[in-house]
Design a protein around this ligand. Structure first.
Ligand SMILES: N[C@@H](CCC(=O)N[C@@H](CS)C(=O)NCC(=O)O)C(=O)O
Length: 276
């Protein structure tokens, strides 16, 4: 890459729970961690909570720059955090070499995951598997408090899903929408996977896949683009989350999605527990 990056800052990612060495259930947290790991930018993790987050959601971060006495900057929103790190010269733009058409695809696929699939999954987690969700988030509290805080969270989540529109559909319709989206991503990955195998063969390598550990990327290039951090995070979050059993089975039925995530996990998250 042409430009050089600045000296490493101290980054703390607040993930909602400590859980060291494990993925959390939030796709946005894993998206940010994946993006940092794609760039080999070190970070530490801490629990934090939406209550103390600048925008009321996780993830959020504190970043302190080296060789300065300035206070650490608090940043919120996975996308804005990544943009800020690029602006400050700590991350390269993964989309710098893409055509304007590819950049638009990258953005549109990100929106499909974050602004559509996310809400269908929230419905499955909070509406259809509420007790599992409550135990995961509020399990550390005494039981009566879990019931009260869980109810308040459920009420606010239900209002958000109604306002956003998802819960105006029937459960079966939402389930079909989820499946359709996963099917589309799997189909795109099948094409990238084939392309990667073809490159491997052309390179006359011993392995069937290319020399890059067989990693392949959503837009079919030899390097990840920004959407790859998002897609990996959604696949991973779906595989680790116990409150989304139907989505987990759907993802498990698509070999290209599993292969894609497996290879990224092995390369970038060898220190994290694998999903079951
Ligand atoms: N646009 C935000 C979305 C973050 C988000 O929705 N986080 C969820 C967890 S997956 C959250 O904190 N929800 C708590 C709440 O809404 O109160 C990002 O990219 O960081």
């Amino acid at each position: 890459m042409a430009s050089t990056l600045k000296a490493t800052p101290t980054i703390t990612v607040f993930r909602g729970s400590k859980n060291p060495g494990a993925y959390v259930w939030s796709p946005f947290v894993t998206k940010l961690e994946t993006r940092l790991r794609f760039a080999s930018l070190p970070y530490r993790t801490d629990a934090g909570s939406p209550k103390s987050a600048p925008k009321g959601k996780i993830p959020y971060t504190t970043i302190s720059e080296p060789h300065t006495s300035a206070a650490a900057t608090s940043l919120a929103d996975s996308g804005l955090i990544i943009e800020k790190l690029k602006e400050n010269g700590f991350l390269h733009d993964l989309n710098a070499g893409l055509s304007c058409e590819q950049k638009a695809h990258d953005m549109a696929l990100t929106a499909l995951l974050e602004d559509k699939l996310y809400f269908y999954q929230v419905y499955e987690r909070w509406h259809e598997n509420y007790h599992i969700m409550r135990a995961n988030i509020f399990g550390f509290m005494p039981y009566p408090l879990q019931v009260l805080v869980g109810f308040l969270a459920y009420r606010s989540m239900s209002a958000a899903l109604y306002g956003q529109g998802t819960s105006r559909f029937a459960g079966g319709e939402i389930s079909a929408f989820r499946k359709q989206i996963w099917e589309s991503f799997n189909a795109l990955l099948v094409v990238s996977q084939r392309k990667s195998v073809a490159v491997g063969k052309r390179e006359n390598s011993d392995s069937k896949l290319n020399r890059n550990d067989g990693l392949f990327w959503l837009l079919g290039g030899t390097e990840p683009s920004e959407v790859d951090a998002v897609l990996f995070a959604f696949v991973c979050s779906t595989l680790v989350c116990k409150a989304g059993p139907e989505s987990r089975e759907v993802v498990k039925s698509f070999p290209a999605l599993l292969d894609y995530a497996e290879r990224i996990h092995n390369r970038y998250f060898p220190d994290y527990a694998h999903w079951e």
